[in-house]
Each structure stands twice: as C-alpha cells, then as structure tokens.
Design a protein around this ligand. Sequence first.
Ligand code: HMG
Length: 425
Amino acid sequence: MNAFDKFYKKTLEERRAILAEYADLTEEEQAFLASTGALSLEKANHMIENTIGIYSLPLGLSMNMRLNDKNYIVPMAMEEPSVVAAQSSGAKLIAQNGGIKGTATDRQMIGQIELIAVPDIQLAIEKITNNQEKLLLIANEAHPSLKRRGGGAVNLRVRTANTTQEETLLIVHLLVDTREAMGANMVNTMVETLAPELERLTDGIANMRILSNLVDDATATVSCRISPESLATKEQTGEWVRDRIIAAYTFADADIYRAATHNKGIMNGIDAVVMAFGNDWRAVEAASHAYVARTGSYKPMTKWSKDENGFLIGELTLPMPVAFVGGSIGVHPIATLSQKIARVESAKELAMLVCAVGLTQNLAALKALVTEGIQRGHMSLQAKSLAMTAGAEAEEIEAVATFLQESKQMNVLAAKAYIEKLRQN
Ligand code: HMG
C-alpha cells in the first residue's frame, strides 16, 4: 500500500510524518511545515518595501500525477477549497490511462527594444541584420556569467508594428537562453546595454527596453488520452461524458465569456504550483493569457477532442517562464522544499509539470461541470471555509460543515444560526 493512499483522510500531523519520510525532510524543513510561516520576518523585510508582516497561505499536496512515466507529489499553495482535491482526482483518472506526456522547448526569453522616430525603417532593418553578431556580443558582454553557464543572448529578431496614428515602430527582440533562471533582470540589463548601439545604427530613439512576458520561445506542451470507459459515472456512459467534455471545450472556443472561466480553472492549478515553487505567477498568468489571444481573439488554453478509437484527447501548450534558481527561490524555504518534495530537477521539468497540472485541473472541472455540476464537490469542500467565515471556533468547524452539507444550506447566515444553536447547548 502506498503511504499517500487516502492522504486527505489523515490528520495534519500524520500527513507531515508521511511526507517527512518520503522526502527525507530535515528537522529544519519539518519545522518549516509545522510553523505558520517558513519565511522569517527578517528575510521578508528584505524582499519587498515597507514590510509589516507575512501573509501566509495553505500549502497542500496533490496526488496521483504521472508525467512522462514519472510519479509526482505536487505541492500547491492556495486559498481556494476543492482545487487540490480536483487536481488529485483528475490526475488519478489520467494516471489510470497511462499518465500525461510532456515536452518542453529550449528556453529563450525575449527582451524588447522599441525604436521610435526611425527615419528609414528598411535601412534600419538591414543594418541591424548585418550587425547581428556584433549586437549579440554587446548583449553577452553585459552578462558574461550567463554565457559561461552555457546560455546567453542567442538570436535577434526584428519586427515592426503600426500604431493607431499609422506610425511604424521598429522592435528588436533579443532572445536570451537564461538556463535555469527566469532571467528577467539579466534580459533587462542586456537590452538596456544594447539600446545605444541600436540607436546609433538606426538613427532612431530607443524608448522601451524591457523583457516581454509573451515568451513563445519557452513553451511546454502536455497531452493525455483517456478511454471512454474510465469517464463513465453512475448515471452517464463514458461516451456521453467524453462528448460533453468536448462540447464544453467547443463552447469555450466559441465564446470569450466561457473561455475566461475555462482558463481561470486551468490557472487555479497552475498558479498554485507556480507559487509553491517560489516563481513569478504574474509572469505565467500574463504569458498564458497573451499566448491564447495571439491570433486576435481570446481562446481556451486547452483543447479537447476524440481520436479514431473514441478516446478523449486533452492538449495544452503554454509559454512557461518558470525558473529553478534565482529570484525568491533561494530565499523562500518553501520554494526549495517544493522542489525536493516534487523531485523536480530542472526548469524544463517544472515547466512540463506546471502545464500537466493545468490540463489535469481543467479535466477535473469539466468532468464535474458536465456531469453532476460544480456545486456538490466544490461546495462540500467549501463548507469548512464557510464555517470559519461565520465565526466557528476550531472545535466547532467540523460540526458546522457537516450541518451545512447535510441541510444543503451553503451560506454564512445558516452557518451563523447553527453556531448560535451549538453554543446554546
Ligand atoms: P469525487 O468524485 O467525489 O472524488 O470528486 P472521489 O471520491 O471519486 O475521489 C477521487 C480522488 O479525488 C481521490 O482518490 C482523491 O485523490 C481525490 P482516492 O485517494 O480516494 O483514491 N479526492 C480528494 N483529495 C483531497 N481531499 C478530498 C478529496 N476527495 C477526493 N476531500 C471532487 C470530488 C471535488 C474531486 C470533484 O467533484 C471535482 O473534481 N470537482 C471539481 C472541483 C473544481 O474544479 N474546483 C475548482 C474550483 S471551481 C472553479 O473555480 C473553476 C471552474 O469555474 C472552472 C470552469 O468553469 O471550467 C469550475
């Protein structure tokens, strides 16, 4: 029997003991998990400005993830009930069908230099193209250590964009292999260093010099294939559930209002993992939403279809600018702990894992939505949060949550009334 079986039915202490053994946690790491905030106030004070304290979130483990024939226990930091359960449930279904297959491209981040008032755009493009080698050299001299680690500026692309005033902007993209880091600071240093030489070559003015979060040269792709039989419920056949999931995708593809919610469900999983790994979730959010709007209309991130044998096929490709080193990763103890728990060894592996979580989360949500509806699973797990919102003390939470579920009155008023009744007895 697997030590993680029915993990959710164990107490907090039992869960931590199982994890300590599985991940060979040190005394210090165990102490981090036993406290309400692993990050020290001293470190927090140096991380951002005007620090006054620490905002903490629950850290949960989702189960059953199988990606490229490797099993993962995935840490997730998040405040919303039912996301970790949905993740484990979707991953169980996918694992029973062979797991997720994933690939990741080489990771090239983009630095943008916007050149305005360029007198001759064509001539400028020619000059930049002819001086590519020299320009890359200048960029790499701005960050020599990256080159020593096997990365660095590797390519230049020139683009144009037209403004509403019909002015043509000249935009230079510097592509930088940032190795295991997200590399925002490295890229920004490089584009700022490169800008004067580009001004000289083009006779233009370098206005903006900053990375682009739409990192479409650092994507991860994941897919799964699920037999119809494994989708069957007590009431519906597997084929019925499969077709409804595909119809749900078709709805999101046709309607931006649905696409936004479809994608929010995907980001429920993605953000929680990105946060647990100490990464910049705003960068991942920006990249993901821009990527699915790149054709001019906003689209669902995942695609669901069926293959010639009637299996449900799920696919997801997203830019994934996640890092394995740098930023807050070395500072926040939970970030390094998450790497250890998940046994992830590189930024590319993390990128695939994050996408796998997004695909899984979407499957769980869509399956619930097209079958029993979201409220049974989601709201039953929300009952404890509602009880706390209504003011239940620790020893009252369980009883209030049970009352809310059994009476099917999922609201704060009902919880408050029940707490009052409990206290009168
Ligand atoms: P269920 O069918 O009652 O679960 O689903 P089950 O009892 O069959 O268990 C299956 C597995 O799920 C379990 O396997 C666990 O791994 C896990 P086992 O270990 O028993 O072999 N599991 C749990 N893990 C932790 N705690 C639990 C728990 N229960 C089961 N309590 C479930 C119940 C909630 C999983 C299901 O109803 C579900 O997936 N619902 C979807 C919930 C969801 O998507 N929540 C996200 C928030 S809603 C939202 O914001 C997004 C949305 O708007 C997106 C969109 O519209 O597309 C919905």
